[in-house]
Design a protein around this ligand. Sequence first.
Ligand code: NAI
Length: 476
Amino acid sequence: MPRDSTEVIPLSESFDLVIVGGGPGGYAAALYGASAGLAVALVEKGRLGGTCLHVGCIPAKELLETASVYRAVLGAGRFGITAGPPEVDWTVTQTRKQNVVDQLTNGLSGLLKHRKVTVYDGVGSLHPGHVVRVAGGASGEVELHGEHVLLATGSVPRTIPGFEVDGRVVVTSDEFLSLDRLPTTAAVIGGGAIGCEFASVLVDMGARVTILEALPKILPGVDEDAVKLVQRSFKQRGIEVRTGVAVTGHTPHEGGTQVALADGSTLDVELVVVSVGRRPVTQGLGLDGTGVVVDQRGFVEVDERLRTGEPGVYAVGDVIDTPALAHVAFAEGMEVVRDLLGEPVVPIDYSRVPWCIYCHPEVAFAGHSEQSAKDAGIEVVVSKHRYIGNGRALIVGEPEGLVKVIAAKRPDGTAGQILGVHMVGPWVTEQLGQAYLAVNWEATVEEVSRFIQPHPTLSELFGETVLSLTGRSLHG
Ligand code: NAI
């Protein structure tokens, strides 16, 4: 039976499910499992909520919102509103961010308590026989037994040689989100989701930013047309994007550092942000004598039902090699619960999960890009429509951006099933929902074109783009 977390726990307490890691993957499994009547224990060594809540999605989007308010004040004159030049009180910004994080963390603790999930504070490690040992935290040394065990220990930022993280001149996302002041110049190494989001915050708040990306283009996985628009907006706002470059090291000096590139050039900046991906955390997780296999890159190996090599032991989230997204971890946590309850499981199709990147302009997509469909040997029909022709986009003053729908080409040349939707522009992260459903429901363009889009909304552009693929159109 579950018990209150304040009780003294005897050795070898037994649960239906013992979860190691209280981030989105772990806590989703805990809440969903407990709501299905399972006795659940959750072991967490830090604060509940993991990367997403403390050093990821939530604080990052909160700072991006601050940047958005700043932009809105700067642009208020276009609406006939006179406002003085905005000034940032970074202390207030950071306090607000922390208040949002704390409110969500408290809410999560309350939910877990309400669902009677027993939370253990400490480092959990897995041993043979489904035994999880907890040590090094407020819960002391405890041994738990789970009929099932879930590993959800997450990931940490990757670093690169020559760029030792000191939290002052060189930071990763962990430190960036809590900087006590903003730099006036910055180099962002890595132009993925994190790099583009942070570059966007920095430039909007007045810094000069250079993105240094090793590959030929930024935003891996995003459709070429969307990337071009992001790059154009970045350029207009003062972000320099340098692709195909390699950094070799840096030499700190008073007030900043000089970054060295392989082509012999240098870049003087106050701050270096390293955003070159994340690596899974399995250190200290035990596993000796169990059938759990960790691959060479450090990921726990699982099958399509998220089962590890040890019967009854599962793994989800960033510790496995699936997209490092909180919402993917939520889905995986729930899938594990269904599987261990013996319910039918539909394995997640990772090629169609929703992606949302909250830089300005926002990017959102699900399913194939035009290129990835072609690479997969699929013949496609594509339609693109721009927000410049959308009433709401003009009203809100954000006409930059487009919706691109990629559909399978039928033998007669017409557009059939919707394979992918890639969007860039105003509030596309909030608009992706119906595009995601269309892709994952394997809907055809005719089916989706019959749905009514409310007017005037930004989402009309999705409807318009799909409609045009039927061979007829209204505004586009
Ligand atoms: P990422 O893997 O998305 O991008 C890293 C970028 O760094 C790549 O473009 C890569 O080519 C480049 N890179 C790697 N080594 C480099 C080097 N030495 N020099 C220059 N460039 C180099 O990783 P990122 O942006 O750090 O994000 C980590 C994870 O977090 C991602 O898997 C992403 O799924 C997730 N995430 C998602 C967000 C979202 O969806 N809004 C926001 C933040 C993170």
